[in-house]
Design a protein around this ligand. Structure first.
Ligand code: NAD
Ligand code: ZN
Length: 341
């Protein structure tokens, strides 16, 4: 089969032939139809410090996918050949306290496909049947291929009650835009999204009914006053990993406000703790997706009118993967989807 492989310890990915994976008794084999390119894949392409210490070489990359089941292990129940599916790319252990308590997304032994284990940028993927998420007929493959990042957005956005609340999203990358769309969908009042990149703010406004704010040219306090918000935002969803964005969020929040942090800062990041204490702010770190509650909720919301399809801005056949990665790296794109059929 063809696969996008981190074949050498240097920047780049290589389209190579690789053996079709053999499945075990609890696995399925998935024929991949579409995959999404993630920021993580860009780190792996660039071969930055994180990638060098995390990713074994050679490794088939990629973790955002949709496809169909073409082989089923002998102990697997409840799945059928031909079933369209996406799946959770976090492979969890079963022995930790959290895992045994059913909090699978908090298992410290988690390993990621396309990061630690062979991934989905390939014609075929082996996946534990446990990780498979069947796709209803009304969810197309290209949406199935971005359920992983949509799941990050949904997990973050549903961390706190948003009904009737004023929500600030910092960072209009694909995940921030989808989180803003989710906040709107579940009944937030004002949803303001900030970025320093106007193209991304324009995309956010096209995808969802949100108020884009370019913090390089606009004053967030003025926006709040224009919206007649007296005391600040109730909930902040941090989706940039940028220190200034987090500082700005803490300032813009109401007393007793809530922050869900998904964005990953590049290194240690100083925090004005006294400001957080005196504003009595609750902060929650968010990792991955709740397995499988986030998947359940996001599929239900998609079936109930949540439309994030506009966040996909580029589509390429896999042979043109270099253009796909270039589009992602430009910082001007939304999600980029590769077609493997
Ligand atoms: P992205 O890099 O595409 O988007 C981040 C956006 O933040 C960019 O558009 C950037 O211009 C913007 N930004 C930079 N400085 C800003 C500022 N001062 N104010 C407002 N916005 C600013 O990332 P993404 O793919 O959308 O992912 C969002 C974040 O979530 C990233 O930090 C990513 O690493 C992280 N992430 C975390 C998890 C997790 O499990 N915790 C999973 C996936 C992604
Ligand atoms: Zn991803």
């Amino acid at each position: 089969m063809q696969a996008l492989v981190k074949a050498k310890s240097e920047p780049g990915l290589w389209l190579q032939s690789a053996p079709v994976p053999e499945i075990g008794p609890d696995d399925v084999l998935i024929k991949i139809n579409k995959t999404g390119i993630c920021g993580t894949d860009i780190h792996i392409w660039n071969w930055d410090e994180w990638a060098q210490k995390t990713v074994p070489v050679p490794l088939i990359t990629g973790h955002e996918f949709a496809g169909e089941i073409v082989e089923i292990g002998r102990r697997v129940e409840g799945l059928e050949l031909g079933q369209r599916c996406s799946g959770e790319g976090h492979l969890i252990g079963k022995t930790s306290r959290q895992s045994r308590a059913g909090k699978f997304h908090l298992d410290p032994a988690t390993r990621g496909i396309g990061v630690n284990e062979p991934g989905a940028f390939a014609q075929y993927l082996r996946l534990p049947a446990f990780n498979v998420v069947p796709l209803p007929d009304d969810i197309p493959d290209e949406i199935g291929a971005i359920l992983d990042p949509l799941g990050n957005a949904v997990h973050t956005a549903l961390s706190f009650d948003l009904v009737g609340e004023d929500v600030l999203v910092t960072g209009a990358g694909p995940i921030g835009i989808m989180a803003a769309a989710v906040a709107r969908h579940v009944g937030a009042r004002h949803v303001v999204i900030t970025d320093v990149n106007q193209a991304r703010l324009d995309l956010a406004a096209r995808v969802a009914d949100v108020i884009p704010v370019n913090v390089t040219t606009q004053d967030l306090a003025q926006v709040e006053s224009d919206l007649k918000m007296k005391e600040g935002f109730d909930v902040g969803l941090e989706m940039s990993g940028n220190q200034q964005a987090l500082d700005q969020m803490v300032e813009a929040l109401v007393m007793g406000g809530h922050i869900a942090l998904l964005g990953i800062p590049p290194g240690k990041s100083p925090v004005d703790w006294s400001r957080i204490v005196f504003k009595a702010i609750t902060i929650k770190g968010v990792y991955g997706r709740e397995i499988f509650e986030t998947w359940y909720k996001m599929i239900a919301m998609l079936q109930n009118g949540l439309d994030i399809s506009g966040v996909i801005t580029h589509r390429f056949p896999v042979a043109e993967f270099e253009q796909g990665f270039a589009a992602m790296k430009s910082g001007q794109s939304g999600k980029v989807v590769l077609d493997w059929t």
